[in-house]
Design a protein around this ligand. Structure first.
Ligand SMILES: Cc1ncc(C[n+]2csc(CCOP(=O)(O)OP(=O)(O)O)c2C)c(N)n1
Ligand SMILES: [Mg+2]
Length: 570
């Protein structure tokens, strides 16, 4: 880290900003350059040994990469984009980071203060635009206050409920000089549970008959996950993970019983409803983690509820929990490690819940009959279990294809999953590129739909530029399948606006200097995937495995025809 500078010499605003980022221990910035912040680029030139500027192809991709980087490292992801068009492109990643409580700092160029409020070229009032999307938005109107604003941006992004912060920098503020000292590096602040709260939690647990633990949210560390595992083991607790946070607890562990989100196992949902105590550690109790607010009744659940969250404002937002604890994840997990109660009352239930989970892992019915689709996607995931190391990083955007990873891939622990609660299509590819840049020693595999892939597939060019080896598995069913499924459910046979014409995805891999293979049958997958993995590892280039997916294989639970038929009967 660069030692903070004293206020001796005048510096250009752009240089002050670059120095400020270095002082905040930034090592990577994702961005697309713009003429609005040339002075910052010049400042970063001076830090080029310490700060890597990852040049992306679209600001949405850059923002997703920064989000993924933050999820992988625990540090705020940094995005740098130009005004108007750059900022609007980046906004999708700001929304995703907000919904996932991911620390992020977005630096946006702004028109000069001499032109402001005239709707000058590419002018937007970011305070209004990002007002609801970001945790904090500010415009820095004085060159000598840049260090103060940057330090606060990092402080806000990384403390309490973490989230994205947007800083707008007018061109003249960056081009002028000022003599100002650097600030110190930010230090994230987290709340701790009180001894009384931990004692109350232990008492509620000791009195319970059917307790249930749900993990989620951000701010977890490897040590916090280990502490939580020890708490679950010592008290024989069944543990589930919230939607898109499945990597908080090793899915192969006997106490892991599933994920709470879209497509939840009916038995798991029933178990949560029947619990008499739900201990939710870290998740927002949002639409996805409560099956549309049905697993827990709003605002007073039938179950006793303990809700632990890093942000005080999140506690009591929807649910009036019996015990609300504002705490960082390492702090609550360390406290829980010391809690051990008599678990005789529910001793056998973990094994039952685990059995249900294992049954949910078996080959789904759509592949049972004689007319089963030629490419068995369940087998694809079984093959991946053989080919990939356990700590492989899996990424995905949104679409029904993601179910195959979310339900059947055993996430082995923290930072093996990169995805968004907000269900952002197009997240998987940039997240994989980011992971392959940040963690070149890990195997990175992206699950993408044919719709999903083309939302940010251009970032494979970024992978090629930075020697990032990764494999994208494209699930090509020729449609926006999720929407088609809902269409068949709600308006059977009235297909409209959901068909896609696709390119040859394997050739796209080759076009980006990488590898591509096409798979139409189950038996072809293993060879293609092994070749793709070898290519990604050795050539350090992107590889694509293009799966020709039968549109009937729309979910593991039912074919498209079955969904239409049952809807038509209603
Ligand atoms: C950015 C964005 N736009 C639109 C949607 C709505 N949406 C959700 S899933 C989906 C279809 C996904 O299609 P595809 O990637 O082909 O996956 P499939 O469902 O076919 O497996 C759409 C359009 C979304 N979630 N995100
Ligand atoms: Mg599709």
């Amino acid at each position: 880290m660069t030692p903070p500078r004293a206020a001796a010499d005048a510096r250009l605003g752009g240089h002050i900003l670059a120095d400020a980022l270095a002082t905040q221990a930034v090592d990577t910035i994702f961005g697309v350059p713009g003429e609005s912040y040339l002075a910052v680029l010049d400042g970063l030139y001076r830090h080029r040994e310490q700060i890597r500027f990852v040049v992306c192809r679209q600001e949405g991709g850059a923002a997703y990469m920064a989000d993924a980087y933050a999820k992988l490292t625990g540090k705020p992801g940094v995005v740098m984009v130009t005004r108007g068009p750059g900022a609007t492109n980046a906004s999708v990643g700001v929304h995703a980071a907000f919904q996932d409580s991911v620390p992020m700092v977005v630096v946006v160029g702004q028109v000069g203060t001499d032109f402001i409020d005239r709707e000058a070229f590419q002018e937007i009032d970011y305070r209004r635009m990002f007002g609801q999307m970001a945790k904090w938005v500010a415009q820095v109107d004085r060159t000598d206050r840049i260090p103060e604003y940057v330090a606060r941006a990092f402080q806000v992004a990384s403390s309490g409920r973490m989230g994205p912060v947007v800083l707008a920098l007018p061109e003249d503020v960056l081009a002028q000089s000022a003599a100002v000292a650097d600030a110190a590096c930010h230090r994230p602040v987290r709340a701790c549970p009180s001894a009384g709260q931990v004692e109350q939690l232990a008492t509620m647990l000791a009195r319970a008959q059917r307790p249930f633990v749900m993990l989620g949210g951000t701010g977890w560390t490897p040590a916090a996950c280990a502490d939580l595992r020890a708490f679950a083991e010592a008290n024989r607790l069944a543990v589930a993970c919230a939607f898109r946070f499945q990597d908080l607890f090793d899915n192969r562990h006997p106490n892991y019983v599933g994920d709470v989100g879209i497509g939840i196992s009916p038995k798991l949902a029933a178990r949560i409803k029947a619990a008499d105590l739900v201990i939710a550690i870290g998740p927002r109790l949002g639409e996805m983690t409560t099956s549309g607010y049905t697993l827990l009744e709003v605002p007073r659940p039938a179950q006793q509820l303990v809700h632990v969250h890093a942000g005080i404002e999140e506690l009591g937002r929807v649910y009036q929990a019996d015990l609300m604890i504002a705490s960082g994840m390492p702090e609550i997990a360390a406290a829980l490690r010391a809690v051990k109660v008599d678990s005789t009352a529910w001793a056998g239930s973990v094994a039952q819940a685990r059995d249900d989970y294992e049954a949910w892992q078996q080959q789904p019915a759509i592949y049972a009959g004689g007319q089963a689709p030629a490419l068995n996607l369940w087998q694809v995931v079984q093959t991946l279990k053989r080919l990939l190391p356990a700590d492989a990083i899996l990424t995905n955007g949104a679409g029904n294809f993601a179910t195959w990873a979310n339900r059947f891939w055993p996430y082995a622990g923290l930072r093996t999953l990169l995805s968004t609660t907000s269900g952002s299509m197009g997240y998987g590819v940039p997240a994989a590129v980011s992971a392959a840049i940040a963690r070149p020693e890990r195997t990175v595999v992206c699950f993408a739909g044919d719709g999903d892939f083309l939302m940010n597939g251009q970032e494979l060019a970024t992978a090629a530029l930075y020697d990032a080896g990764l494999v994208v598995i494209v699930f090509d069913n020729g449609m926006y399948g999720t929407i088609r499924m809902h269409q068949e459910r709600e308006y059977p046979s009235r297909v409209f606006g959901t068909a896609l014409a696709n390119p040859d995805f394997a050739k796209i891999g080759e076009a980006f200097g990488g590898f591509g293979a096409r798979v139409a049958r189950t038996a072809e997958f293993e060879g293609a995937m092994a070749a793709a993995l070898a290519h990604a590892r050795i050539a350090r280039r992107p590889a694509i495995v293009h799966l020709k997916v039968d549109p009937q294989a729309i979910t593991p639970n039912a074919t498209l025809d079955a969904i239409r038929a049952s809807a038509a009967k209603r």
